[in-house]
Ligand binder design. Structure first.
Ligand code: CO8
Length: 241
């Protein structure tokens, strides 16, 4: 991923991501992908907040459908998906990483990962929550979501949010080595097993997809939520000085 400055998931980025994912999915010679960042110190800043500020209801609906589509495709991918997390990964960035089959994070206490939505005054939707429950369990997810916790890489490893920690310079080679282990399993057996594990979570969104879009549109359109997001963007600017 290389969408400067912070790999935020804008409409354009999501569209390009989906096109590329589909191309790889349809390429029979491609059995696995490593998701990583070409932006130093940042894996992905999550959803592009500008896409959720001061836009029309139609725009919010279209944007949310694209976010859903990204998750549906990545979470159910037939390919082996490995996240090589080489930087901070808040909110939607954390969702992307959790949607992969395996997560390896660079050992750097400055990098953080987590679903921090409540800190922005917004609420992670049920399928973000389900994805986290499937990764770290119900109890850890509950406090994590309520407090909008961001974990340093050692903390993330401790709670199982990432599977492996490695020195930054070994991240890509470790991801390649892990990929080889996963590719040693016959594709059809691995794919059926993955589907068996993930289908109930996917089906829940598919059954409520339109309601989830409506819910997002009405929530994000509220004046109070727009204000919270604007204040958060201001806070990011001030932090930089
Ligand atoms: N969207 C848009 N712009 C962003 C975002 C973002 N998510 N994050 C950062 N930027 C912008 C900054 O405003 C800044 O812009 P400018 O140069 O114009 O001032 C630029 O990117 C660089 O940012 P920083 O100076 O902060 O860069 P740092 O390297 O110091 O820090 C971080 C990088 C750690 C990524 C930091 O920017 C950060 O914490 N960003 C916020 C991340 C975040 O909280 N994302 C949450 C998005 S919400 C989401 O993903 C899920 C929503 C769920 C649905 C809700 C239902 C209602």
């Amino acid at each position: 991923m290389q969408n400067h400055p912070v790999n935020s998931l804008s409409m354009d980025f999501l569209t390009e991501f989906l096109i590329n994912l589909e191309k790889l999915e349809n390429d029979r010679s491609c059995r696995g992908i490593i998701l990583t960042s070409g932006v130093p110190k940042i894996f992905s800043a999550g959803l592009d907040i500008m896409e959720m500020c001061g836009k029309s209801a139609e725009h919010y609906a279209e944007f949310w459908r694209a976010v859903q589509e990204m998750w549906l495709r990545l979470y159910q991918s037939n390919m082996v998906t490995i996240a090589a997390i080489n930087g901070s990964s808040p909110a939607g960035g954390c969702l992307m990483a959790m949607s992969c089959d395996y997560r390896i994070m660079a050992e750097n206490p400055k990098y953080s990962i987590g679903l921090n939505e409540t800190r922005l005054g917004i609420v992670a939707p049920f399928w973000f929550k389900d994805t986290m429950v499937n990764t770290i369990g119900n109890r850890a997810t509950e406090s994590s979501l309520e407090l909008g916790l961001s974990y340093s890489s050692p903390e993330a490893h401790k709670i199982g949010l990432v599977d492996q920690l490695v020195p930054e310079e070994k991240l890509q080679s470790t991801a390649a080595a892990v990929m080889s282990q996963w590719l040693a399993i016959p594709d059809h057996a691995r794919q059926i097993t993955k589907s068996m594990m993930r289908k109930p979570t996917v089906d829940r969104l598919l059954a409520h997809r339109e309601a989830d879009i409506q819910n997002f549109v009405s929530f994000i359109s509220k004046d109070s939520i727009q204000k919270s997001l604007q204040m958060y963007m201001e806070m990011l600017k001030q932090k930089r000085g």
